[in-house]
Design a protein around this ligand. Structure first.
Ligand SMILES: C[S@@+](CC[C@H](N)C(=O)[O-])C[C@H]1O[C@@H](n2cnc3c(N)ncnc32)[C@H](O)[C@@H]1O
Length: 405
């Protein structure tokens, strides 16, 4: 599996291994892989992190980054995952960020992803000194400059790092702040609002969270609070109302993308008895106050927010677009050249459809329907085309089309 960032990720793997060995006081080993003993040892840490951050969640908000064994496991397993997730989502930003602040950076996967995507001044901030030390060691190993700052928003009078930024990122940290349950939404939204005040016009705040039901729904609640306060969503939502995925307790919203999984990650997943074939994350890109929702290319647009739901002789997905969350279904017998793309869509693709009929609680596509992918998963939805000369209103004194010259 080759992505635009495969080569960059490949370059990071020996650096992660070298920095991990140095931090654990280990001698040299093979550059691009772990020894079987190392895989076993680190795999046990990965398993502990995985249970603690996903299934049981008792590590969420705990100081696991200050335990060298768990920090090492994070570096060799979760770092590449977060890096790849961030590269995917950064591909959807409307412009390339130069000055970036990465909050809750840990050892910096999102910070370095921003750097590799073209950022020139990057600051990583976290409460864990040990994690920031590793981020600095990685920067040295890569020959990059990275500023670091200690930061903990739950401490009284904790200020955000100074400056204005093109992009502020928060990778898998929001769910660790302010406890659990609905009481966490207001302080999380207040933190995002404070961060957005430090984002330059045209810039973005990017929040990524684990694709678990609880953490994903937590993010959707924060999204709704931000939308209510007048903030616009750049991605992934095109619907401007309250998130329709919150209506049913069993629904949530996440992205899923194939990725070039490095061999070390594969070995560690196996050692920790985890399945990690695809990248799964929930994400939200917000615009600073005063900026409107993105203008979208014309058409009836839906983002595919489910996997393909097979039925007898038909293909079905859940789509979410400017008109809300809607089931989209097409019988295979209606396949034509103009709609066959519908039969092989990926979660995250944005499509335009024509000629649909309301059916049940969704829309039925048929042989009159045209289906176009306007943005494949991981790419931003294009803006409307600029008005052509014929459409442009003629200014006084300028002869309009057809006017005698
Ligand atoms: C799951 S890690 C994410 C690291 C990295 N951003 C990523 O995407 O892989 C969560 C990070 O949040 C940090 N964190 C948790 N609570 C924090 C707090 N109260 N203040 C600052 N950072 C915190 C942890 O130290 C850890 O580095």
């Amino acid at each position: 599996m080759s992505n635009a960032y495969s080569k960059d990720l490949e370059r990071w793997m020996p650096r992660l291994i070298a920095v991990w060995r140095a931090s654990r006081g280990r001698g040299d080993g093979p550059e691009t892989r772990l020894t079987p003993q190392e895989v076993k040892e680190v795999g046990a840490g990965v398993r502990q992190l995985s249970l603690g951050l996903t299934r049981e969640r008792q590590l969420a908000g705990a100081r696991y980054m200050d335990d060298p064994r768990l920090l090492g496991a994070y570096l060799l397993f979760y770092w590449p995952v977060s890096y790849a997730q961030a590269r995917q989502v950064l591909g959807e930003l409307p412009n390339r960020p130069r000055q970036v602040l990465d909050l809750g950076s840990g050892p910096g996967p999102v910070a370095f992803a921003a750097m590799d995507a073209g950022a020139s001044e990057v600051t990583a901030a976290d409460r864990s000194k040990a994690a920031l030390n590793l981020a600095r060691a990685l920067a040295t190993e890569a020959g990059e400059a990275l500023a670091t700052r200690e930061w903990d928003p739950t401490k009284k009078a904790a200020a955000l790092p100074e400056g204005q930024f093109d992009l502020i990122t928060m990778g898998h940290v929001l769910n660790e702040l302010y406890g659990t349950g609905e009481g966490a939404t207001a302080p999380r939204a207040a933190l995002l609002e404070a961060a957005l005040a430090k984002v330059k016009r045209g810039g973005s705040l990017l929040v990524m969270e684990p694709a678990l039901r609880e953490t994903s729904r937590g993010l959707l609640h924060v999204r709704d609070a931000m939308v209510e306060r007048g903030y616009a969503v750049r991605a992934p939502c095109m619907y401007r109302g309250a998130c329709p995925a919150l209506l049913k307790e069993t629904d949530w919203c996440h992205a899923e993308r194939p990725w070039p999984m490095p061999r070390v990650v594969e070995e560690l997943a196996r050692a920790a008895s985890l399945h990690k074939e695809a990248l799964k994350m929930s994400y939200l890109v917000l615009a600073p106050k005063g900026e409107g929702w993105p203008e979208l290319t014309p058409g009836r647009l839906f983002r595919i927010v489910s996997e393909p739901l097979e039925g007898k002789g038909r293909r079905r997905y859940i789509g979410c677009g400017p008109e809300g969350r809607v089931g989209l279904a097409m019988q295979e017998k209606h396949r034509t050249e103009r709609n066959e793309r519908f039969l092989k869509l990926n979660r995250g693709d944005v499509i335009s459809v024509t000629e649909t009929e309301p059916k049940g609680d969704g829309l039925a596509l048929d042989d009159r329907t045209e289906v176009r992918v306007v943005a494949p998963a991981g790419k931003g939805v294009p803006p409307p085309p600029p008005p052509s000369k014929e459409d442009a209103p003629s200014s006084p004194g300028t002869p309009g089309p057809g006017a005698p010259s």
